[in-house]
Structure formats: structure tokens, C-alpha cells
Design a binder for this molecule. Structure first.
Ligand SMILES: Cc1cc2nc3c(=O)[nH]c(=O)nc-3n(C[C@H](O)[C@H](O)[C@H](O)COP(=O)(O)O)c2cc1C
Length: 171
């Protein structure tokens, strides 16, 4: 049963990316399951001196969750043309463990400018991890707010874009 671990690059309570992630969770069909990962502020700031055995508890948990997952789903905003610090911090904790090596990763960037720069930045970082980008999609927060509610949602352009994400993840 394919299990997908989902990470949200936004810590905001009213996060549009959280809304997208929850839509994908609700729209995913068995045998695919999308499991939310930890809030990324649970991780300590990355410090190579702390990247030893045993790893900090929150880091060890994240690494184990990724090891158990068939793929990763990253929903994230773009911050200052790049990757939000909390998400980059999490990715840095996954270098020494090789957690993302050949791991399929789907990325949905929901951002005011549609997040094309964060997609490019993530592509570079994930290449360094030797992860495999399964699909990447960019949305505007207004689309997450208005297109992802109600019965028509799956038939909207946004819903169709997210259906393609699920398909790429094996739904
Ligand atoms: C510090 C900061 C920097 C931002 N920089 C960008 C940016 O470079 N490009 C962009 O499209 N949006 C940028 N935004 C706007 C976010 O994309 C937008 O607020 C988005 O909805 C945040 O995602 P969330 O709703 O999941 O928190 C920035 C927002 C913040 C708070």
C-alpha cells in the first residue's frame, strides 16, 4: 500500500499549502495514503555537530517516517524567491542519512507568484540529495482558497492539476 509522507513548508495556521495538502489527503484513494509529517518547527536548527548518532529525537522520527514512506509530498510557499527556512532546515537534516536518495518527491508550490523560483530551488537541492522529482506543480493561494471546496473542486483546473499529482504518486 503506497504511503506518502507530506511536509508543509509553511508554519502558518491559515496556510494555503496546508489547505492543498489536506485536499490531496482527502482526494487520495486507497491503496494510496498520505500521512502528514511533523510540523517543521519541531526540528532543531541544523548543526553538523548535532548530526551524530543518536540524532536528535525529532530528526530521528522524521528520518524513520521517510524511510517508511514510498514517496514524499512537499507542499510549500516560496519565500524571497527560494525555499522557506524551515523546509530547507529539514532537508539539510536528511543529507547525512541519505533519506532522500532515489526517493520520489512530488512538489506543489502554492505561492503569490506561483512559486516558480522555489520549484527551481528545490530541484537543485533535491538533485544534491539524488532524489527523484515525480512531478512539480505551481498554484496561486487564491486557487487553493476558492477552487478546492465543494463538489466542483475535482473538475476545476486546480483540481485536475492536483489529480495529476496524485497520479504521479501512484493513486
Ligand atoms: C517572508 C515571506 C517571503 C515571501 N516571498 C515570496 C516570494 O518570493 N515569492 C512569492 O511568490 N511569494 C512570497 N511570499 C508570499 C507567500 O507565497 C504567500 O504568503 C503564501 O500564501 C504563503 O503560503 P501559506 O499560505 O501556505 O503560508 C512571501 C511571504 C513571506 C511571509
Amino acid at each position: 500500500m503506497p504511503q506518502i509522507l507530506a511536509l508543509n513548508g509553511s508554519l502558518r495556521a491559515a496556510s494555503a499549502n496546508h489547505r492543498v495538502l489536506e485536499y490531496l489527503r482527502a482526494a487520495s484513494k486507497p491503496p494510496l495514503t498520505i500521512v502528514p509529517g511533523p510540523a517543521l518547527d519541531a526540528l532543531p536548527h541544523f548543526n553538523p555537530d548535532l548530526d551524530i548518532d543518536p540524532a536528535p529525537a525529532a530528526v530521528a522520527t522524521l528520518r524513520a517516517q521517510i524511510a517508511n514512506a514510498d514517496a514524499l509530498l512537499i507542499c510549500t510557499p516560496e519565500y524571497t524567491f527560494s525555499i522557506p527556512g524551515s523546509l530547507k532546515n529539514a532537508l539539510d537534516w536528511l543529507v547525512s542519512s541519505g533519506s532522500l536518495y532515489e526517493k520520489p518527491v512530488a512538489i506543489v508550490a502554492t505561492s503569490t507568484s506561483r512559486g516558480l523560483k522555489v520549484l527551481a530551488a528545490l530541484a537543485d537541492v533535491l538533485a544534491a540529495h539524488q532524489a527523484r522529482i515525480a512531478i512539480q506543480t505551481a498554484l496561486h493561494p487564491a486557487e487553493a482558497r476558492t477552487h478546492l471546496t465543494g463538489d466542483a473542486a475535482p473538475h476545476s483546473a486546480t483540481g485536475r492539476a492536483l489529480a495529476a499529482v496524485l497520479a504521479a504518486l501512484g493513486a
